[in-house]
Design a protein. Structure first.
Length: 399
């Protein structure tokens, strides 16, 4: 099931942001335009299926750190809204801070609960069957949870949730609620890659356990195992071709040593192969991306945040070819500073390139008409002043 659209509202620089996706979608923009905010918001949505939603929010600084950071219009909601649309299904979540009236002041658990004051309070979760007449398949408001069963009847959903837990993480009786189960599996299948560590102490440079590993971890700490797995049950020929496209005449080898796997690269003219700890940052970054994109177990949706980091511009062409090849198996979303990478991908495959910019602190798509929150606040103030002056004039005594 491909994602058609993602909506993000009230999240840092994303006041009301709509993103329509294709098979490959590339977000291009300068530092500070909000690319990483989009990446993190989608990653936050994906964490709901793993039971990590509250932890992810805490890692990002708590709800106050995630909220819309710009000027507020009087009609702006203080909640954050995340929504995702597929061909026939739509999932939506709204969360915010725990209401002041519900924050503990005393009692047996009051002091302890105050420690979690910045936890997310999930106000609303819904799943709808879209169409001319949308049908609500699942609805949560606070602790009240209702869902349609196989017979089409709306019943109480058998789950007890904390305020900071998504229902996707506490799925019960999936055979009775297939749409909810399907969404959970989709979200759990998503993969996110950003900022592979390549410093001298990075686990990428060390020997790794010899265990078949079809999916690269988010930090690439199992790179050697994934490369060995691709060579064993995946496309070894395709892997070697992409290595040669980036580094002509160079080959990658994996050697087992006492239960550990060692990654080496053999360069023409050198008397010995180079161990992973000797490779450049850009070379390791390229190998990590190659291992992620050529996985023998493709994900339905993969997101890469600035994959070109630390790589020479000459690697943009083979990286683009890797992205196009992977898009035959997965839907891809890429954020990048590199217009060269975006154009290389566009030249080889059908992709959407979306340019981002900031207007009055708000992340927007370049070319779209935007009315900033600041302008709306100023309009409200101006309207209030006009109304006040009109009232004064009306009450002035006649001569």
């Amino acid at each position: 099931m491909q994602i058609r659209e993602i909506e993000i509202s009230g999240y840092r620089s994303l006041r009301e942001f709509q993103l329509k996706l294709g098979g490959i979608t590339i977000l291009v923009g300068p530092n500070g335009c909000g690319k990483s905010n989009i990446y993190q918001a989608i990653q936050l949505l994906g964490s709901a299926a793993h039971g990590q939603f509250a932890r992810r929010v805490a890692e990002e600084g708590g709800v106050p750190s995630l909220s819309w950071a710009g000027h507020r219009h009087v009609s702006d909601d203080h909640r954050t809204r995340l929504a995702i649309k597929f061909d026939q299904l739509q999932y939506e979540m709204e969360f915010g801070r725990i209401a002041i009236s519900e924050r503990p002041s005393d009692g047996q658990y009051g002091e302890g609960l105050r420690l979690f004051k910045d936890d997310p309070d999930i106000k609303v979760e819904t799943v709808e069957l879209t169409g001319e007449k949308p049908i609500t398949l699942f609805s949560r408001k606070g602790n009240s949870v209702r869902a349609k069963n196989l017979e089409g009847r709306t019943v109480d959903y058998p789950v007890r949730l904390l305020k900071n837990e998504s229902v996707l993480s506490e799925l019960r009786e999936p055979e009775k609620f297939p749409e909810l189960s399907s969404l959970r599996m989709l979200f759990a299948d998503w993969r996110f890659y950003h900022d592979f560590r390549t410093d001298l102490q990075s686990p990428v440079r060390r020997n790794q356990l010899a265990s078949m590993t079809p999916v690269l971890s988010h930090d690439a700490s199992d790179l050697a195992a994934v490369v060995a797995t691709i060579r064993t049950i995946g496309s070894a020929q395709e892997f070697d071709q992409f290595v040669d496209r980036a580094f002509p005449g160079v080959s990658v080898s994996i050697i087992e040593d006492d239960g550990e796997l060692c990654l080496y690269m053999e360069y023409p003219g050198l008397a010995r192969p180079l161990h992973a700890r000797e490779l450049s940052d850009g070379t390791l970054q390229y190998l990590c991306l190659l291992a992620a994109l050529l996985t023998p177990r493709p994900a339905s949706f993969m997101v890469f945040n600035e994959p070109e980091t630390s790589m020479h511009v000459d690697l943009a062409q083979p990286l683009a070819e890797m992205i196009v090849a992977a898009s035959r198996r997965s839907q891809l979303l890429i954020t990048t500073h590199s217009s060269e990478l975006a154009q290389h991908v566009k030249a080889q495959g059908n992709c959407k390139i979306i340019e981002l910019e900031k207007v009055a602190g708000e992340t927007v798509i370049r070319g779209e008409e935007v009315r900033s929150a600041r302008a709306e606040v100023e309009d409200d103030d101006a309207a209030a002043v006009r109304a006040y002056r009109a009232a004064l004039k009306k009450n002035e005594p006649e001569d």
